[in-house]
Design a protein around this ligand. Structure first.
Ligand code: 1GP
Length: 251
């Protein structure tokens, strides 16, 4: 599949530096709040807005949040927890397979349900492998993941390599929203080293529990192309300034 507009934009942004993604959960954020947060994100230098959540999202509210976030001028990418999280108002969708789920529904079942809808909506699908490590949070629980233990870098590498070999363009390493510990930097380092061996040309994005500039910078130094911030965005969007800076300061 030829890279679409939004994926191209992310890949181009990566050539200039690291990527920062601001996550807005429509279950916890009103459209007014989403507009405010997205504007702060744009001003802080975040690369794009992700919109999605694991629970409580329904389409009319999702569409309003997406439309509001788009007023920031940043691309808005859906980060769906299920079939109910699609709207034609977004610019693209992380078309994800939860690779280490024990339930085939989350690996390829919901994708078959979603594909014709994504096509009809004219949404750009960004092929994404979603791999849950450690804590897992709501995404891990709902998605029936068998989270890879934090210390089992070898298992993370195996899932990542398989994802690259199956054609993922984004590999999203997820510790779970609000994770007490993020994906370990050594895992990110090992993942990156192995992806280089197979000539992976996509992006490694890391999320979950990256709550401080020093953790963000450590993860990016380990080789992540970008990070995602959800919880801190909900608590205090002004923290995005330091987080984006920490990410972009790394060459
Ligand atoms: C969750 O990776 C994202 O899916 C972000 O996690 O809420 O912990 O920032 P946090």
């Amino acid at each position: 599949m030829k890279p679409g507009k939004v994926l191209t934009l992310l890949l181009e942004a990566r050539k200039r530096g690291r990527i920062h993604l601001t996550l807005i959960d429509p279950d916890k954020t009103s459209p007014e709040e989403a507009e405010r947060v997205a504007k702060v994100a744009a001003d802080a230098g975040s690369t794009a807005i992700l919109v999605g959540g694991s629970l409580g999202v329904y389409e009319p509210q999702l569409s309003e949040v997406v439309k509001a976030a788009k007023r920031s001028g940043l691309p808005v990418i859906l980060f769906p927890g299920n079939l109910n999280e699609l709207t034609p108002h977004a610019d693209a969708v992380l078309f994800m397979s939860l690779v280490n789920s024990d339930d085939p529904y989350y690996v390829s079942g919901v994708q078959a349900q979603a594909a014709p809808i994504v096509l009809r909506m004219g949404l750009e699908p960004i092929p994404t492998a979603y791999i849950i490590i450690g804590y897992g949070g709501a995404a891990g629980y709902i998605g029936r993941a068998r989270p890879i233990p934090y210390e089992r870098t070898d298992l993370a590498v195996a899932y990542v390599l398989a994802s690259a070999m199956m054609g993922a363009t984004i590999i999203y390493l997820e510790a779970g929203s609000g994770a007490p510990a993020p994906v370990p930097p050594e895992t990110v380092r090992a993942v990156k080293r192995h992806l280089d061996m197979v000539g992976f040309e996509g992006l490694v994005i890391v999320g979950g529990g990256i709550n401080t500039p020093s953790i963000a910078s450590e993860i990016v130094r380990a080789g992540a192309d970008g990070i995602v911030n959800g919880t801190v965005t909900e608590k205090d969007p002004s923290l995005l300034y330091q987080l984006v800076k920490a990410v972009k300061d790394i060459a």
